[in-house]
Design a protein around this ligand. Structure first.
Ligand code: BJW
Ligand code: ZN
Length: 265
């Protein structure tokens, strides 16, 4: 795993960023790794003895909602204690300062949103707000009625009876995230694919690029004549398609890629 950015590759990537009119940024768990939020795959992705594929499903929640809420409660605490790192901040600045940038994330941790608010200061954070393909860990939705609302309170997962319930009908609520086998929000998905098709560059940061349909976005850019730049310490299925793969941690590579080297923060 390369800790130091290859300068020649970095220069090529910087040129691609500079030349691109429209940029789609696709991020995954790896961009938040340096904020202290665990990724899904790989050794450190395991929670107790479970693989995420066993917990992030509607079947797991139907079978054992207490276990699934315990996992989400644990993750919420980790995320609540975390803040955006230099990669989130650099992307927010890129989106706010140059325009033509759309951030699409698979993450449910809201760290792009926090970065957008932080960087915007008094400005409108809108252009730096991410399209959240897999939902948000700080929202719940009811398993019985249509209620869906912000929910940040600690979760008491000691028993089925103490799990959070719907403020409208009193039934069990679930995290408002997209699990395996569930459809992504149609409008968000259409918007993301539209952005991918019109982007000159797809900048892919910190995703293993194995979960569909998100992993297809960079291919759509490529099929429409755009390029791919990847930032990931490890190779992924996209590496072979990328114009440049920066084998470095996001918090180190992204700020340099977007021209933030030397800037404070
Ligand atoms: C660093 C770093 C550092 C480390 N800096 N980098 C087509 C083909 C095959 C399968 C399918 C298909 N279509 C659908 C499927 C099934 C399935 C799927 O894709 N399965 C694959 C695993 C094979 N997809 C679905 O089920 C999707 N639904 C769907 O398609 O529905 C169809 C439908 C239509 C109509 C009706 C009904 C259904 C839904 C997928 C939902 C995924 N959900 C999760 C959980 C979200 C909630 C939560 O957070 O709990 O999303 S799973 C999990 O994986 C999470 C992530 O967003 C997602 C992607 O993971 P990510 O971000 O890539 O993380 P990691 O851990 O995998 O990778 C981290 C990377 O960072 C690594 O590469 C590291 O090297 C790197 N890294 N440190 C930069 N410092
Ligand atoms: Zn309800």
């Amino acid at each position: 795993m390369g800790e130091i950015v290859d300068e020649r590759e970095l220069e090529r990537a910087r040129r691609l960023v500079g030349e691109a009119g429209r940029i789609l940024v696709l991020t995954g768990a790896g961009i938040s790794a340096e904020s202290g939020v665990p990724t899904f795959r790989g050794e450190e992705g395991l929670w107790r003895r479970y693989r995420p594929e066993e917990l992030a499903t509607p079947e797991a929640f139907a079978r054992d909602p207490r276990l699934v809420w315990e996992w989400y409660g644990w993750r919420r605490e980790r995320i609540a204690a975390a803040g955006p790192n230099p990669a989130h901040l650099a992307l927010a600045r890129l989106a706010l300062d140059r325009g033509g940038v759309r951030i699409v994330t698979q993450n449910v941790d809201d760290l792009h949103g926090v970065a957008a608010a932080e960087v915007a200061g008094g400005r409108d954070p809108g252009p730096a707000l991410p399209l959240e393909l897999h939902g948000s860990i700080f929202r719940v939705r009811c398993t019985a009625c249509a209620e869906r609302y912000a929910h940040r309170e600690p979760v008491d997962a000691r028993s089925r009876e103490t799990l959070p319930t719907c403020r409208h009908c009193g039934e069990l609520v679930r995290p408002d995230v997209v699990w395996f086998g569930e459809a992504l929000d149609e409008r968000l998905l259409a918007e993301a694919f539209g952005e991918a098709a019109t982007a000159d560059l797809c900048l892919v940061v910190g995703t293993s690029a194995v979960v569909q349909p998100a992993a297809s976005l960079p291919r759509v850019t490529l099929d429409n004549g755009g390029r791919i730049v990847e930032v990931n310490p490890e190779p992924t299925p996209l590496s072979a398609l990328a114009e440049v793969s920066l084998r470095a941690p996001a918090a180190e590579a992204v700020p340099r890629l977007t021209g933030e080297a030397g800037r404070a923060g």
